[in-house]
Design a protein around this ligand. Structure first.
Ligand code: FO1
Length: 304
């Protein structure tokens, strides 16, 4: 069994590649829920839904989120009414949020609702919210304190970040299913997701770090940087703003003590020795999942 610590699109593509590479392997994902939000009274879980839609083959690959072939009639009407429409919820996607919100309001846990949705969408990867307790990433910026989606979507992550916090992390309980997925996995993979805002909220849930430190030889991380830059999103900018080196070495230092193996991109091959000096084995390969062949090659390097 392989367990993948997961943010959104990078994790979704790695999970899809691991599934295609080996149809027989049991796959679980322990997923960040600190991007989650309540909007229009609806509970929205972007990372869980991105992975779910991707594994179901229903995702909008261009956007990296939402459903392919989506329509936006509800948002259009909301905009006409002068409502809050900066966070775009497609007509079909809204069905997922309505279902989840009602189940949560009736007392189901996020873990239970995720299992129900995963069954509906025919997934053969077990998606596990890291915790059923509320977690919320927030950013200190010159614009004030911003919630995750205010920073990421409303401000297009184009605002200086002075500090990042995960509200609720200290008191959050690691779910029993996520704990078992971490304890029982033959291999724990940290996806090429943003270390600071996708993976760190998972690591901040009490118990997760301790398990990784203890199981370090089984832990492998894929660097999200390629040639020292993020493919998409603010990973490089945030590393710089929060005082980390913007390179595979900076990522390796961030995960130091937690991982036994790092996979870095061929464009960062010059960093191989410095990454190894943080105390892990290093594998160098193409980490960009541009097409099926690249994705399968990365999956093969993870499984090696
Ligand atoms: N990302 C955007 O850039 N703009 C949006 O309007 C947007 C809406 C949205 C709705 C549902 C959902 O599940 C995800 C959505 N995302 C949107 C993506 C998402 O907010 C971020 O990419 C992740 O939170 C970062 O991992």
């Amino acid at each position: 069994m392989i367990t993948v610590l997961s943010g959104g699109v990078g994790a979704a593509r790695l999970l899809r590649a691991l599934r295609r590479h080996d149809e027989g392997v049991e796959l679980r994902a322990v997923v960040n829920v600190a991007d989650d939000l309540v909007m229009h009274g609806l509970s929205i879980c972007p990372d869980l839904d991105t992975i779910m839609y991707t594994l179901a083959g229903l995702n909008n690959d261009e956007l990296g989120w939402g459903l392919a072939g989506e329509t936006w009639r509800v948002m259009q009407r909301l905009g006409e009414l002068g409502g809050e429409d900066w966070f775009a919820l497609g007509d079909l996607d809204l069905g997922t949020h309505l279902y989840r919100s009602q189940r949560l309001a009736r007392g189901a846990t996020k873990t239970e609702v995720t299992r129900e949705l995963s069954t509906h969408f025919g997934l053969d990867v077990e998606l596990l919210p890291v915790s059923d307790d509320p977690l919320a990433t927030e950013f200190d910026t010159p614009e004030g304190t911003l919630s995750f989606q205010e920073y990421f979507v409303r401000h297009h992550h184009d605002v200086v970040v002075r500090a990042v916090r995960v509200r609720g992390a200290r008191d959050a309980r690691l779910s029993a299913a996520a704990r078992a997925a971490l304890e029982d996995a033959e291999r724990i993979v940290i996806a090429p997701s943003n270390p600071l805002i996708s993976i760190d909220p998972i690591l901040q849930v009490p118990g997760v770090r301790e398990i990784l430190v203890r199981r370090r030889d089984a832990v492998l991380a894929v660097s999200p940087l390629v040639g020292g830059a993020a493919l998409k999103g603010p990973a490089d900018r945030l590393l710089r703003e929060l005082g980390h080196e913007v390179s595979a070495v900076g990522v390796a230092r961030f995960y130091q003590g937690l991982v036994g193996t790092m996979i870095i991109d061929v464009l960062d091959a010059a960093d191989e020795d410095a990454v190894a000096a943080t105390g892990c084995d290093v594998r160098v390969t193409t980490t960009v999942m541009r097409d099926e062949r690249d994705a399968l090659a990365l999956a093969a390097t993870v499984r090696r």
